[in-house]
Design a protein. Structure first.
Length: 75
């Protein structure tokens, strides 16, 4: 799941939304904060990983070989 924060979005409802999906069986969720160029990575049974201005995201073992180029998203 990919959730993009718009300039008018508050982060807390987006975090709760992704956590609800994780709690219901989602394996990987990305919350992309385009405003601050940050990414929160949600994985089942793991703490949230925070990235500051990453250039790309990997699909890990959930989406093997998938890479999202964030330079396009953040520009």
């Amino acid at each position: 799941m990919i959730e993009l924060r718009s300039k008018s979005d508050n982060m807390e409802p987006l975090r709760r939304k992704i956590q609800e999906y994780i709690d219901n069986g989602l394996h990987l969720g990305w919350l992309i904060d385009t405003k601050n160029k940050k990414v929160e990575i949600y994985r089942a049974n793991q703490p949230v990983e925070l990235l500051d201005n990453p250039t790309s995201l990997s699909g890990d073992d959930v989406l093997p070989g998938f890479v999202l180029d964030l330079q396009v998203v953040f520009s």
